[in-house]
Design a protein around this ligand. Structure first.
Ligand code: F0G
Length: 425
């Protein structure tokens, strides 16, 4: 099975181009990587993965950011705005409160457009260049559209984004708008947008840069590589567990692929692979349902709702890649309520780290799993926070304290300071 942790390095097919090819995760069919536009398997319609004749070791990585890991990617360089190299913050109060040996926050909100999507786009837009396509498109809950707009314009290409009307946070629409995307607000949810954009891409209208595109996930592997290198530097060991928000399960799939490749290269013991632990909002938790039921497939949820709008997703398209990742690494998946998400967002903010609601699910999920005894007190854990606080200013303002109107004189302000805070927290 190609998605097993103990899979052997595959033989190089004739289709390979400079040691790179695409392979179907189900039927094993192989394809040349850059001859045609292709997102899924021609034969069985299943998901594709990028494969390499040579897998790098840690010693092969040099430089800083996503392209430090060029030897694990299909190109030496991409359409870049200096993505990656995000902080791996300590969070001592949270670590103490949750009760784990070590807790680090990998803050992907510190990427150029404020989310991890930049790591995928620097590779994906480079592929678009290679293929010679002129128009790029995505469906998005917001962050993908912001990254696509920025990287597309950087690459000199037209960008088209389909967004669920009324369900995208203000900062993200502002980014897509200023970076020059054509924004179509669809009267439907994200999953409907993705169905439509897949059809448009299938008809040759645009090159699809959702996480269904296997090249985007290659860039996102670098989150896992950075976390591992950070833990090795600070603890001389990789983390026991990585907790991350799940929407389309692209990151879960990408991190798992990064770890599989390290195992194949002899750089990581199978037993040391961090337990991939996915977190969803209760109102949009099809992956959690599948993991809890031991199901091989994920049931599409038609009606989804959560204030973590980035992960308001009912049909996680990368589930066939992500479910084996969660199972093979001994991880799990858990759902958290909107109230637990906001509480975690405040607690992360109290460490000086500003994240959007979807990002806070990782900490909310870790807290829940620790309380349930599923996470042990001796674990070293990385929580992934996927997007910046300013992405969703309305959610931040609602979770934080209210401004207090005061008179424009020092005495009046001193009087206000002497009284109780008007904050309802
Ligand atoms: N966190 C944030 C902030 C996101 O924007 C997303 C996905 C996820 C987590 C989920 O990641 O899909 O890899 O499991 N946002 C997409 C978008 C859907 O359109 O911006 P995943």
């Amino acid at each position: 099975m190609s998605l097993s942790l103990s899979a052997d390095q595959p033989a190089v097919p004739d289709d390979a181009d400079d040691g790179v090819w695409l392979e179907c995760i189900d039927c094993g069919e192989t394809f040349a990587p850059f001859d045609d536009v292709r997102y899924t398997c021609d034969d069985c319609d299943s998901l594709l993965e990028v494969r390499y004749a040579d897998l790098p070791t840690f010693d092969d990585f040099e430089g800083q950011g996503v392209w430090r890991y060029a030897d694990a990617l299909p190109f030496e360089s991409g359409v870049s705005i200096q993505e990656g190299a995000t902080p791996l913050y300590e969070a001592p109060r949270l670590e103490e409160a949750i009760g784990v040996e070590a807790l680090r926050i990998k803050h992907e909100g510190m990427n150029p457009t404020g989310s991890f999507k930049d790591r995928g786009m620097t590779v994906g837009v480079k592929v678009a260049e290679e293929l010679g396509v002129g128009r790029l498109a995505c469906a998005s809950t917001g962050n993908t559209s912001a990254a696509l707009a920025a990287y597309g314009s950087r690459g000199g290409m037209e960008t088209l984004v389909l967004l669920p009307a009324g369900k995208v946070a203000a900062g993200k629409i502002a980014q897509a708008s200023l970076h020059g995307a054509r924004i179509l607000e669809v009267d439907g949810n994200f999953d409907a947008c993705l169905d439509i954009v897949q059809e448009l891409a299938g008809q040759g209208e645009a090159y699809l840069l959702n996480s269904l595109n296997p090249f985007r996930l290659e860039g996102q592997k670098t989150i896992g590589l950075e976390i591992l290198e950070g833990f090795l530097a600070d603890y001389d060991a990789v983390p026991d567990r990585i907790v991350l928000p799940v929407g389309n399960a692209g990151n879960t799939s990408a991190l798992y692929k990064a770890f599989r490749e390290l195992v194949q290269a002899g750089e990581l013991e199978e037993d040391d692979v961090p337990k991939l632990t996915g977190v969803q909002a209760e109102g949009a938790a099809p992956m959690v349902e599948a993991v809890e039921n031991g199901a091989d497939e994920v049931r599409r949820w038609e009606d989804v709702e959560t204030r973590a709008t980035a992960i308001r997703i009912g049909n996680p398209v990368n589930a066939p890649k992500a479910l084996p990742g969660i199972r093979e690494t001994g991880g799990t998946a858990v759902a958290v309520s909107d109230e637990e998400i906001t509480e975690a967002q405040r607690d992360i903010a109290a460490e000086g780290i500003g994240v959007e609601p979807a990002s806070a699910t990782s900490v909310a999920g870790l807290r829940k799993l620790r309380a349930e005894g599923i996470v042990d007190d001796d674990e070293r854990v990385a929580c992934l926070t996927t997007g910046h606080l300013l992405k969703d200013p309305d959610a931040a303002a609602a979770a934080g304290s209210d401004p207090e109107p005061v008179p424009a004189d020092t005495q009046g302000i001193l009087a206000s300071l002497a009284s109780e805070s008007s904050s309802d927290r």
